[in-house]
Design a protein around this ligand. Structure first.
Ligand SMILES: *Cc1c(COP(=O)(O)O)cnc(C)c1O
Length: 245
């Protein structure tokens, strides 16, 4: 692992602290308890050294969008007892087994087949090691864009309304605003995700406490609409890592 200059580590710690403050302010502005919002530090842009510095700055929830990067970091950095991993990007079914070893929360369940594959693998783990059910979020395509991943609100309603498979625990909904969507437009999309969640809870009685939405550019709007998990990447690395190439 390469070394990281002290100045860069200090800057990363400053960035983390300012994100913590801004998230708390956004929660307060929304009349919410700052502790009701979990900040996931997205480390997909950075190597193991910088990822370790994110942890040193105080972040205990790490988000990766590629399963193999999650397990490589988890295996080389031995962080599993220190951090909660979050998988926030597409999961191929042949990668389920290895990623589950690191007990991630999976935000990016984007098909019924993937949900079933995670449930099957989890059941094997349950019987072998008495592992707990895997916590997952259903990713909704709220912007309606073809380019965005996620399931339609109709499909999600159908899944939650049917018998969910054994081995998983659906804890909420994950949403992303459409490409380039900011401000009020992003907020309207987050509101739609929250409304979907509220409707599903009242129609099915299934508790869906978590709303994973909001990134560096739109976490305030997401928190205003009830986000309980925000996924913050690029803001952490300003002045630390050049992400433009
Ligand atoms: C990269 C990524 C983020 C972080 O985005 P930033 O704009 O860098 O904060 C959040 N969520 C998902 C799913 C991502 O892929």
């Amino acid at each position: 692992m390469s070394m990281m200059e002290k100045a860069k580590r200090d800057r990363l710690a400053d960035n983390w602290n300012s994100v913590v403050q801004d998230v708390a302010q956004a929660a307060t502005d929304a009349g919410r308890d700052p502790d009701s919002v979990c900040i996931i530090g997205v480390t997909k842009y950075v190597d193991a050294t910088v990822t370790a510095a994110v942890c040193d700055a105080g972040c205990r929830h790490l988000g990766e969008n590629r399963p193999q990067v999650l397990w490589e970091k988890a295996e080389t950095m031995t962080l599993d007892s220190v951090v909660q991993w979050h998988l926030i990007g597409h999961l191929q079914r042949n990668k389920v087994r290895r990623v589950l070893r690191h007990h991630p929360i999976i935000h990016s369940i984007d098909s019924q087949r993937l949900l079933a594959a995670v449930a099957d693998e989890s059941q094997i783990r349950n019987t072998q090691n008495e592992e707990p059910d895997v916590p997952v979020l259903l990713e909704v395509n709220i912007s309606g864009e073809d380019a965005k991943t996620g399931m339609s609100p109709e499909l999600i309603a159908q899944l939650v309304g049917s018998n969910l498979p054994v081995g998983i625990r659906v804890i909420g909904i994950m949403a992303m605003a459409g490409w380039g969507t900011q401000g009020d437009l992003a907020q309207a999309q987050f509101a739609a995700a929250r409304e979907l969640r509220d409707r599903l809870e009242s129609e099915t009685g299934q508790s869906l406490p978590e709303l994973s939405m909001g990134m560096s550019g739109d976490f305030r709007e997401a928190i205003a609409e009830g986000a309980t998990m925000v996924r913050i990447g690029s803001r952490l690395y300003e002045g630390v890592v050049d992400l433009t190439h």
